[in-house]
Structures are given as C-alpha cells and as structure tokens.
Design a protein around this ligand. Sequence first.
Ligand SMILES: NC(=O)c1ccc[n+]([C@@H]2O[C@H](COP(=O)([O-])OP(=O)(O)OC[C@H]3O[C@@H](n4cnc5c(N)ncnc54)[C@H](OP(=O)(O)O)[C@@H]3O)[C@@H](O)[C@H]2O)c1
Length: 318
Amino acid sequence: MEQRAVGTAPFTVSAMGLGCNNFGRMGTASQTQEGTDAVIAAALDAGVTFFDTADLYGGQWGLSETLMGHAWKGRRDEAVLATKFGFTEVATPLDQLGAKGSRAYLRAACEASLERLQTDRIDLFQQHQPDPSTPLEETLGALAELVDEGKILAYGVSQFTAEQLRSADAVVTGLGAPGVASSQDELSLVARGVETDGRLAAAEEIGAGFLPFFPLANGLFTGKFSRTEIPADSRIGRQRPHIAQNADWDAMEAYQALCEEWGVTMLEATLGWFLTRPVVSSVIAGATRPEQVTQNAASAQWRPSPEQAAQIDALFPA
Ligand SMILES: NC(=O)c1ccc[n+]([C@@H]2O[C@H](COP(=O)([O-])OP(=O)(O)OC[C@H]3O[C@@H](n4cnc5c(N)ncnc54)[C@H](OP(=O)(O)O)[C@@H]3O)[C@@H](O)[C@H]2O)c1
C-alpha cells in the first residue's frame, strides 16, 4: 500500500483510508461491535491504516469512537487515527464549556475522544467546521498546546473556505506553531466544488494534505448501481435513493464503458483519479463490510494516464 504525507504531520498514511462514519450506523452490518471489529481487522490486514472518524459519528454521540476503541484488540499502533471535534450544527454534551472552537471546549473534546478511542494520543485532530464565534488564534493556539503535550500529533481542519485556510496558515505561522496538516472537504466525480472555488488550491498552497470526504458519492462510484437497479442493502438504497435516481446515467454508462476499455473496474478508475493528485493524502472511503474494505484496498493500485484522467474529467466536469 502506497504511503503518503499529510502536510507536515510526523507520520504517513495509507493512500486508501477508511472513513468511519458507518460504525454504529443503524441498518448496516457495521452497526454492532462485531461488525465494526470485522471491518477494522480487514482494513489493517489489507494495509489500510488511516482511519477517519469524529465525535459525532455513529448515530449516538461518541458511538463510532467507542466501537473503534474496543476494536483495536492490541493493534492500535498499526493505525493512524484521525478524529474531529466541533461540528457546529448539533448540540453536544460539552456545549456548556463554551463555543465549539474555544480552548475549553476542544481540550475537553480531546480528552473525551482519547477515552472513547482507548488511546493515549490522537494522530490527527481536526476541527470539523469553522467556528466564527471563536478567534482562530484561540482554536489553533489550543491545538498547538495539545501537540506540545503529546495528546495529539498534528491538527487539521474541515469545511474551511480558501480564505479561512489562508488565515489559519497565517495564524499558525504567527504563533510559531506547527502547520495545519490537513484540510478535509467534499470531493468526488460529482462534487467538484473544491476545485472551482479555490479550496483545493488553498490547501496545496498552505502545504496541507487534502482528505476528500464522500469520495465515492455515498457508494455511487462502486459500480453496484445502474440506471435501473438500486441494491436495497446499501446506504443509497436505504437512505439516499435520490443520489442514484438523479445521477447522470448517460455519463455513468459512458464511464463504465471507458473502464471496460481500459480493463479496470469503476472503483479502480475512481480511486486512481483521486490518487493522481499529490495533494490528496488518503481517500477516506467508508465501508460497511470487511469485503468492501478489502476490495477498496486492492483497487487503489491503478492510476490513469493524463489522457485517461482527462477523459474522466470530460465526463464529470468540475
Ligand atoms: N468532514 C466532514 O464534514 C465529513 C462529512 C461526511 C463524511 N466525512 C468522512 O468521509 C468518509 C467517507 O464518506 P462516506 O463513507 O460517508 O461516503 P463514501 O466513501 O462516498 O461511500 C462509502 C459507502 O459506499 C459503500 N461502499 C464502499 N466501498 C464499497 C465496495 N467496495 N463495494 C460496495 N459498496 C461499497 C458503502 O455503503 P453501503 O454498503 O451502505 O452501500 C460505504 O459506506 C466518512 O466516513 C467520514 O469519515 C467527513
């Protein structure tokens, strides 16, 4: 498995990562501890060592992290563990401590995540969303303190605009603190806004690694959907049928035909499309079953040529 840098973080990550928002998710095979254990063991066995979760994932507060904490079974040190705090759109048990980007809030969030994840360090601690009510100096200064204390190894941000990314970089430079290691935002073949509004370029400019979320468009690009078939046992089938119903099936079918011509699966072509970009640190696709994560790891080897990447871009323009 290819290893990649995450900005200036003192570790590398597997190019194929694992998004962990399925652990605890109702109706999935990874809703239970047993299901989570199976996905995490399969990931580690396949060389997928980068795990991205958040305090709010799992349907109940902290559930994804709690299930993950029990799943290590002595293998914690094989993993690079990223989590998040401070999703501003939900109420949390820590809200009485202050705004979600405040020093008091994020320090308490870090302690709670460490406990749930059953670990003595978080490798990458990310601010889930910007908090306009807290000065960036306070948030980033508090994150730098956590690095000094060894509770986290690096910090990153999520859903920051290009301007906010540049401001964050200026703040850490001013503080003499470590650089912002990562920027996480939505990017897939059907959601390319970060390429057109400068967020991806800004991440590159400040030296952060980019972590694309919803990279498979909730599973649309796994190849298991068609114009007429939506498997019932899938997130799209259960919760988001509109994603398949509203897809541009002419483009999807043309893409499938191109993949067949190149002798690769749609999953291989899609993962390869991400991994031709040096700024992408890891493709953090989710998985609900061990077979999926094994398949995703095996599919992350192929890379399109520049001509092939241009053909994909032409089908799904930014
Ligand atoms: N920072 C943020 O604000 C933010 C927001 C959203 C997500 N995220 C992160 O991004 C990660 C990835 O997003 P996501 O998991 O929601 O979406 P995704 O990666 O686009 O889609 C993953 C889904 O596709 C299906 N799938 C994956 N591999 C498959 C395979 N080989 N064969 C068949 N089906 C397969 C699985 O769902 P089914 O089996 O149910 O079909 C899986 O849950 C999250 O886990 C989270 O860590 C971050």
